[in-house]
Every structure is written in structure tokens, then in C-alpha cells.
Design a protein around this ligand. Structure first.
Ligand SMILES: Cc1cc2nc3c(=O)[nH]c(=O)nc-3n(C[C@H](O)[C@H](O)[C@H](O)COP(=O)(O)O)c2cc1C
Length: 427
């Protein structure tokens, strides 16, 4: 593309909102890319946005173009890209791009870009865009551990978070060279999910910023011998949705995951466990400093009295072994009755089926009182409809006597309804 063609195309983009009302319905995303080795991963992020109907303007820094060239961003977004404020200047892109955005996401965000944003510098198109945007802003930092932990970066990240910017915690793993540590860009699919979440909530802002929350997910296993276990059908999808949405609302999240095979949500610390005893220890330890704990995991109520060290063999006479069970500790009851601090909010889940003794809601109200938690999310699991499904519906019971019906929808929407309840109690 010639310079004048680029300029014309930039102008066309800037006229989009007046020219095509249908186009305007598409959420406008600005994808800022700064000069880190992970810039190539943002190509996948860009693809996810465009393929799901978003209108994306890529604004790379000059350093970002050292890693991935302008033609790649232009071809994938269907729009020209500029790094400076002088291209198509009569349309004042340094102001218009930020002003008309519904979301700005910077991935990867370098230490340098974070520092510039924290100090309000505006020496290229991306930093100008960050100053003119009034929509939600998400940063996905990626850098070496030393850079991430440097006091300058720590202060800059804190400044951005105080201003309402959602800064996703980097992942741990392989970095640019042979070294590993914290500083890796979370997977594009995970960043994308966070962005969708932020977009769906609009300008509500990260209302859980500065809060530490613990979420448990999955189902525990109780071993009979080295190869067999008693388990349950919990997939972990609801717990992972809770962790992802809490992170998208700015919380520092510890996710205690029991036997879940889903990818780690972006910016979330994942602690993997298997048995109920392990789940209990991990939750109790993380809850000590938490503002809220949401127990979405399904712990096994019983475990075998003894675990055989060897695989249990079939008996020659065709008889089956008798398995004696003991009750497991009640984690929800324990953490509700021994709260780390008085204002801590505890949320439990009740997967109920009605029986002769009462309806689903009657049994759930009794459970809320028995467990001592603040909020109980009640699923009617008659027929096993919830397990592994991307959708859920529930009634959220609280100790103030309220019962909030959450209509069938995504597990993320139920997660938000639960965090709304938590956020209300935390303030
Ligand atoms: C090979 C290579 C990889 C780099 N990776 C990163 C990185 O992952 N994160 C980071 O903060 N800086 C990284 N840098 C340094 C930045 O490119 C440098 O600070 C640059 O000035 C950033 O410019 P920008 O913030 O305007 O994009 C890397 C540099 C090189 C040469």
C-alpha cells in the first residue's frame, strides 16, 4: 500500500461511525501491541476478535513492528496500521481512535509502555490513544521476571490499577530465552475471554480491584487403590468462570482446582489438588488472607477408610470387596465458622435434588443455616443437567433472606451475579 492509500484508508476508518450504522453496532476494540517477544501471540488475539465480529484497530508501537511487521497487522485486521500521530492527521487519529473505542487492550504490554502509561506520556499513537480513551482498558503485561518485579514496574502497575485499568497478572513459564519465571503473556484465548467479559460489563470498572478472592473448582477424588477412585461429575467450568470473571473485575484470584483439565484462566494463581483433604488444606491456607471465598468445587462427602497400596485384585470366587467409608471434613462449614476476619464473605454451592423431606429450596435454606456461610448458590441438579454444560441457572440465597433467581445463561453470567452479591457485601 502506498502512503496516500494508507492515509485514505485511515480516513475511511475514521468515518466508519457516520458512514455505516450497522458497522457501528460492532464493538470497537483497539489492540495496542508493544515491543515484546510475545507480540506474535497477539496475532491470534486479533484473529479471535475479528472472527467474533469485533471491529479492531491495531495500534503497534515502533518497537512492536521489530517483532511483527505492519503488513501482518494490516492484513489480519483489514485496516492500515500506524505507530505515529502524523498519519491521516486531518482526522486527528491520536484523539479519535481512543475516543471512539469500546475497549482498549494492550497485549503484550512492555515495562516501557506500562511506565509511559502510568506517567501519562504521549509520544506515539498508542500512548496518545491511552490518554484519550474513556472506555475500559486492559493491559496484559509480558516481560522478564526481573522487569516485572522491579520496584519501578510494581509502582507503575499499582498506579494503573488505582486508576481503574485492568492489569492482568502475567503467567509463569518459559520466557524469551531459556529461562522460566513469572512474566509470560497469558494465552491469547484467555486474554480474549477477559476482554469479552470486560466488554460485556461496559464501564462498570474493576469493582473487585485490591480484593483477594479464593475460588475452588472441580471435583475431588478419593482413592481406593493406586488406580481407582470415587469421584463426581463436576467439570470445573463454573469455578473457572468464577475465577476468570473475578480477575476481569480486578481481583487477585487463587483458584484451587480439583482434577480439572481446563486451561488456566489468565492472571489467576492455580493450585492443583486431588483429594478432599488436599482441597481443604489449600482452601484454608489461601482463605487466611482472602476477602472472599467461593466454594464451587464438589468435594466428596465420603472417602474409603483405608487406601490399598496395591491394586485390589479380583477374587477367584467372584465376590466383590466391601468398601467401608468415613465422612470427609466439611470445608464450607469449617471456613464459615472460623473466618480469617469478620468481614470475610463466604459463598457455598448446593447441588440439590428435592426429596421426601423438602423441595430443593427448602433443603437449600436449611443448608445455608447449617453451613454458616453468607450466600448459597443453589443448583437443581435433578437429571444431572448442569454437569459439563456451558450453561447454568440458579437461585442465590443469602442470610438476609433474599433469593435471587438467575435465569439460564452462561456460567460467566451466573459468576457475575455471584460476584455482584460478594461486591455488595464487601463494600
Ligand atoms: C528480543 C527482545 C525481546 C524483548 N522482550 C521484551 C518483553 O517481553 N517485555 C518488555 O517489557 N520488553 C522487552 N524488550 C525490550 C523492549 O523492546 C524495549 O523496552 C522497547 O523500548 C519497548 O518499546 P515500546 O514499549 O514502545 O514497545 C525486548 C527487547 C528485545 C530486543
Amino acid at each position: 500500500m502506498t502512503d496516500s492509500a494508507v492515509e485514505q484508508s485511515v480516513q475511511d476508518d475514521l468515518h466508519d461511525d457516520v458512514a455505516a450504522p450497522a458497522e457501528r453496532m460492532r464493538p470497537r476494540v483497539v489492540l495496542g501491541v508493544s515491543g515484546g517477544i510475545a507480540a506474535y501471540k497477539s496475532c491470534e488475539l486479533l484473529r479471535r476478535f475479528t472472527e467474533s465480529g469485533h471491529d479492531v484497530t491495531v495500534v503497534p508501537t515502533a518497537a512492536a513492528l521489530e517483532f511483527v511487521g505492519a503488513p501482518t497487522w494490516a492484513a489480519l485486521s483489514g485496516k492500515p496500521v500506524a505507530t505515529d500521530v502524523w498519519t491521516g492527521v486531518e482526522q486527528v487519529p491520536h484523539v479519535r481512535i481512543g475516543q471512539s473505542a469500546d475497549l482498549v487492550v494492550v497485549a503484550p504490554a512492555t515495562a516501557d509502555l506500562i511506565a509511559k502509561a502510568a506517567h501519562g506520556l504521549a509520544d506515539d499513537l498508542l500512548t496518545n490513544t491511552l490518554l484519550t480513551a474513556r472506555c475500559p482498558i486492559v493491559f496484559a503485561p509480558a516481560m522478564h521476571t526481573e522487569m516485572w518485579e522491579h520496584p519501578a514496574t510494581v509502582t507503575n502497575v499499582a498506579t494503573l490499577r488505582e486508576r481503574g485499568v485492568l492489569v492482568i497478572e502475567p503467567a509463569e513459564g518459559r520466557l524469551t530465552g531459556k529461562d522460566t519465571g513469572k512474566g509470560r503473556l497469558p494465552e491469547p484465548a484467555e486474554i480474549f475471554d477477559v476482554c469479552l467479559d470486560v466488554l460485556s460489563r461496559g464501564a462498570t470498572g474493576p469493582d473487585l480491584a485490591g480484593r483477594q478472592v479464593v475460588v475452588s473448582a472441580g471435583g475431588t477424588r478419593e482413592y481406593l487403590d493406586p488406580v481407582r477412585f470415587l469421584g463426581n461429575r463436576s467439570s470445573g467450568l463454573q469455578g473457572y468462570a468464577l475465577a476468570r470473571t473475578a480477575a476481569a473485575r480486578g481481583a487477585e484470584v487463587t483458584l484451587v482446582a480439583a482434577n480439572v483439565t481446563l486451561p488456566d484462566p489468565a492472571g489467576v494463581k492455580v493450585v492443583s489438588v486431588s483429594t478432599t483433604a488436599e482441597l481443604r488444606d489449600a482452601v484454608v491456607s489461601a482463605a487466611a488472607s482472602a476477602d472472599a471465598v467461593v466454594m464451587a468445587a464438589a468435594p466428596a462427602d465420603f472417602r474409603p477408610t483405608a487406601v490399598s497400596g496395591d491394586k485390589i485384585k479380583k477374587a477367584a470366587d467372584g465376590s466383590a470387596p466391601a468398601i467401608e467409608l468415613v465422612q470427609n471434613p466439611d470445608i464450607l462449614k469449617e471456613i464459615s465458622h472460623t473466618r480469617a476476619h469478620p468481614g470475610q464473605v463466604i459463598v457455598g454451592f448446593a447441588a440439590e435434588t428435592g426429596d421426601d423431606t423438602g423441595s430443593v429450596l427448602e433443603l437449600a435454606r436449611a443448608k445455608l443455616a447449617r453451613k454458616g456461610c453468607d450466600v448459597l448458590v443453589v443448583n437443581d441438579v435433578s437429571g444431572g443437567a448442569v454437569f459439563g454444560s456451558p450453561e447454568n441457572e440458579a437461585v442465590i440465597l443469602a442470610t438476609d433472606g433474599s433469593a435471587t433467581q438467575v435465569a439460564r445463561g452462561t456460567k460467566a453470567s451466573l459468576a457475575h451475579a455471584i460476584w455482584d452479591q460478594v461486591a455488595r457485601r464487601l463494600t
